[in-house]
Ligand binder design. Structure first.
Ligand code: FAD
Length: 445
């Protein structure tokens, strides 16, 4: 039976979910608190970018939008690490041709909104959700900058309204359900490396650049117009923190000291520093994700995490594809659909949350650490020579959508332990261009 569905939030997940639900013939209306950003996206041309990987692609492919997204995506085959002296080293993400992709958040959101409309969904902007009758799927919206309100009745309400979800707030307030939000000790700020002459990229565009510095780090992902969006992750307080970076001298001295080769690429550093916001990062845990057969949380509203595995959006896109396949099995029984969905997804969402936290330490500290470098080299060699039998934790999470996050985490941790023990116990020598025989010999030591 066809349903009236209210989706709260026209972000990445609300828009993709609208595509899926509209394709099933449901009558979908998305309510978004912001204005329609589509004309501005075209005018601005660039924006913050995200790493899109296999799970995300799979969900896009299922509704036939992957080819359009590929046109705005830049493959990144490796990490390039920049040390304190500006020297570079690199680590491939996977085997040859395996890549994660840099995609503009705004352009991707634009495409998904267009696709949702094309499939018949209606988008209403400047509509902030302020109340939900959770058992009866009735949502109230207030028009931005006015006191105008509208109350909308539907069969289902889907909360795709992100980390600070109002739909979830309503579930917590009215049903007293489990909920926590943990803001981490690190904030982030975005900075832009401009394009070089004729729109050229000043760094290798097919790599994710990292300046790992222990307690803090900088990363950069390429944009199509030749620029790079960079993100500084640093502690709120203490040494090398945002707290100590206020004046022009402090900021310029800090960057020249810790990221010297980066400083050469960016002329108006302090101007950007002052104009770009410093934002917080946090982890949302909540349960359950549904109320009866009427209300459901999806994406960051259900399980926002820190961005250090580059999987928040990918996991959330996977949510939508998994929900769709569960609908195939249970057709009109929405309570079973919602319950099955959350029981399937909760363990995976918790796992990717844990992995993302762990990876923060790995990216900050370990990628520049010799033991980690040897481990990564060994993993790459094992993947190359035993492609049917060995997948690193990173590969399972990033490139293998057939393995759930929870399974990837469990297997990956066991493998990591074994590999680290092997490296610690034996002076194992691994190089990037080993033959099968050389690898076998090295492992037999
Ligand atoms: P959002 O993108 O937050 O969208 C929510 C929408 O709901 C917004 O449009 C908002 O305006 C609207 N809304 C909110 N409240 C209301 C309301 N009351 N009424 C109506 N509308 C409302 N993930 C990756 O996979 N790869 C990455 O490389 C990556 N990098 C990241 C880097 C950073 C710095 C951060 C912070 C996150 C990153 N993520 C990444 C995570 C990714 O951004 C999120 O997982 C993803 O945006 C979740 O999408 P969403 O639609 O659930 O939420």
């Amino acid at each position: 039976m066809k349903k009236d569905i209210t989706i709260v939030g026209a972000g990445l997940v609300g828009s993709l979910c609208a595509v899926y639900m509209s394709k099933r013939g449901h009558k979908v209306t998305i309510y978004e608190r912001r204005k329609d950003l589509r004309s501005e996206i075209i005018a601005a041309g660039k924006s913050i970018n995200l790493a899109l990987s296999e799970r995300g692609w799979t969900a896009l492919k299922k509704v036939g939008i992957d080819k359009q997204v590929m046109k705005i995506a830049i493959p990144m085959y490796k990490r390039i690490m920049h040390d304190e002296k500006g020297a570079l080293s690199e680590q491939a993400y996977g085997n040859e041709n395996q890549a994660i992709y840099s995609v503009s958040r705004a352009q991707l959101n634009f495409l998904l909104m267009e696709m949702a409309e094309k499939e018949g969904a209606v988008l209403e902007f400047n509509q902030k959700c302020i109340d939900v009758d959770l058992e009866n799927a009735i949502a109230t919206f207030q028009e931005t900058n006015t006191t105008n309100k509208q109350t909308v009745s539907a069969d289902l309400v889907i909360g795709a309204d992100g980390t600070f979800s109002e739909v979830r707030n309503q579930m917590v307030a009215k049903n007293k359900q489990e909920y926590s939000y943990n803001e981490i000790d690190h904030d982030y700020k975005e900075l832009l490396i401009p394009a070089g002459e004729n729109g050229t990229h000043l760094l290798d565009k097919n790599a994710l650049h990292i300046w790992p510095r222990g307690e803090f780090m900088l990363i950069a992902l390429a944009n199509l117009d030749g620029s790079f969006t960079c993100t500084l992750f640093a502690p709120k307080k203490g040494e090398n923190s945002f707290e100590g970076l206020k004046t022009k001298e402090e900021v310029e001295h800090y960057f020249a000291r810790v990221f010297p080769d980066f400083t050469d690429l960016i002329l108006n550093l302090y101007e950007q520093w002052v104009n770009n916001p410093t934002s917080t990062l946090g982890i949302v845990k909540t349960f359950p994700w549904n109320v009866n057969d009427t209300t459901l949380l999806i994406g960051d509203a259900a399980h926002a995490t820190v961005p250090f595995y580059g999987q928040g959006m990918n996991a959330s896109f996977e949510d939508v594809a998994v929900l769709d396949s569960i609908i195939d099995k249970h057709e009109d029984d929405w309570e079973t659909i919602f319950k099955t969905y959350q029981s399937v997804r909760k363990a995976d969402a918790d796992a990717i949350g844990e992995l993302a936290e762990e990876n923060y330490y790995e990216m900050r500290d370990h990628v520049a650490n010799p033991m980690f470098k040897t481990k990564r080299l060994l993993e790459m060699q094992l993947e190359k020579h035993f492609p049917e039998h060995y997948f690193s934790k990173y590969s399972m999470v990033t490139f293998n959508e057939n393995i759930g996050y929870h399974e990837a985490m469990t297997k990956g941790r066991a493998q990591d332990k074994a590999i680290l023990n092997m490296i610690a116990d034996n002076e194992i020598s691994i190089t990037a261009d080993m033959t099968y025989e050389q690898l076998e010999k090295a492992l037999q030591k």
